[in-house]
Write a protein that binds this ligand. Structure first.
Ligand code: HEC
Ligand code: HEC
Length: 280
């Protein structure tokens, strides 16, 4: 009995706890950590703190771009103002192809180009979790599109990951960094399109109540990037929003959500970041 329990504990530790999880629990873990869906879809109360009593019922910010004007949708199961009337297949199509059941496209602020890599089990888990959260009635401003929507993901992210990849820290890190759309913020924008040839070079501006934050170079470059940082320094940046010198990093990166990642997943993210080719 004792030996059996030790074996089970070791197996759970190795898998990051995954084997004991239901689909809803796995979806909860993913949505509320690496995926940061709430960063764009959950309303905020005073001081910018997430209003979890209305979680996922529509984001506070508006993206008013030359080609579209949109807000983060209500993705709770409310039948009228949310996605309660959508089938599982409808939700997956929106997540991976950026198309609603009525055929309208989603603006590429919604990182659907980063979600084609999803393992089927993880995608099922996200859908199961979305269907489990309380339905909240909240009409979000309808989107406005001024041209056809387009978007793309970084190289190697256009096809589904292989479950066997999860055993290798670098491949698993690539998977996590992709579904976490880190490189959407950390690659330069040139004429409104991502320059993934300069993957991780940073330089995008994010305006908000915090002023302007500029995404940083997170390539393995030893001076311009994070190549000379220790693992602990990189993890403190991701989960606590601390620079190498200890001073605070600004939003909108979802530090508090990444703080819920397992050590195994964080180690994998760091292992992958170390392989990102250096950029000046
Ligand atoms: C960077 C911000 C951002 C993140 C992160 C994000 N979304 Fe979105 N999402 C949006 C925006 C903005 C829209 C609306 C786009 C539009 O109207 O064209 C949207 C639309 C959607 C829709 C379509 C809903 C509808 O009624 O049309 C679904 C479903 C969705 N998101 C689910 C998710 C899930 C699940 C996650 C996490 C895996 C996620 N989103 C992460 C910004 C984001
Ligand atoms: C919504 C956009 C966004 C997303 C998503 C995002 N980041 Fe960031 N990140 C930023 C911005 C902006 C900064 C700089 C903030 C500042 O300088 O105050 C930053 C800073 C950092 C830093 C600190 C680097 C330095 O030189 O100080 C690291 C490391 C980092 N991000 C890694 C990641 C990783 C890994 C992910 C995915 C798990 C990620 N980021 C997702 C926007 C983002």
């Amino acid at each position: 009995m004792v030996r059996w329990m030790l074996g089970l504990a070791a197996a759970i530790a190795l898998s990051g706890g995954a084997i004991a999880q239901t689909a809803v629990q796995r979806g909860d873990y993913l949505v509320n950590s690496i995926l940061t869906c709430g960063n764009c879809h959950t309303p905020r109360g005073p001081g910018g703190v997430f209003d979890m009593s209305r979680q996922l019922s529509g984001g506070p910010q508006t993206w008013d771009e030359p080609t579209f004007k949109v807000k983060g949708s209500n993705i709770t199961p409310d039948k009228d103002s949310g996605i309660g009337g959508w089938s599982d297949a409808d939700i997956k199509k929106a997540l991976q192809q950026g198309v609603r059941p009525n055929g309208t496209p989603l603006a590429p602020i919604m990182p659907f180009n980063f979600y084609k890599i999803f393992l089927s089990a993880d995608l099922d888990a996200v859908v199961a979790y979305l269907k489990s959260v309380p339905a909240v009635k909240n009409e979000v401003m309808p989107p406005i599109y001024k041209t056809a929507m387009q978007g793309e993901g970084p190289p190697g992210t256009d096809k589904q990951a292989n479950p066997a990849d999860m055993n290798d820290p670098v491949n698993r890190g690539f998977y996590l960094v992709t579904i976490g759309h880190c490189m959407e913020c950390h690659s330069p924008l040139v004429n409104g399109r991502h320059d993934f040839g300069n993957l991780g070079k940073g330089g995008q501006e994010f305006k908000g109540p915090w002023g302007v934050a500029v995404s940083r170079n997170i390539t393995s470059h030893r001076e311009k990037g994070i190549g000379a940082w220790t693992d602990a320094e990189i993890k403190a940046a991701i989960t606590q929003g601390k620079r190498k010198d200890g001073s605070p990093l600004k939003p909108p990166m979802g530090y508090g959500l990444y703080a819920k990642m397992t050590d195994g997943d964080l180690d994998a993210v760091v292992a992958y970041l170390r392989t990102v080719p250096p950029k000046e």
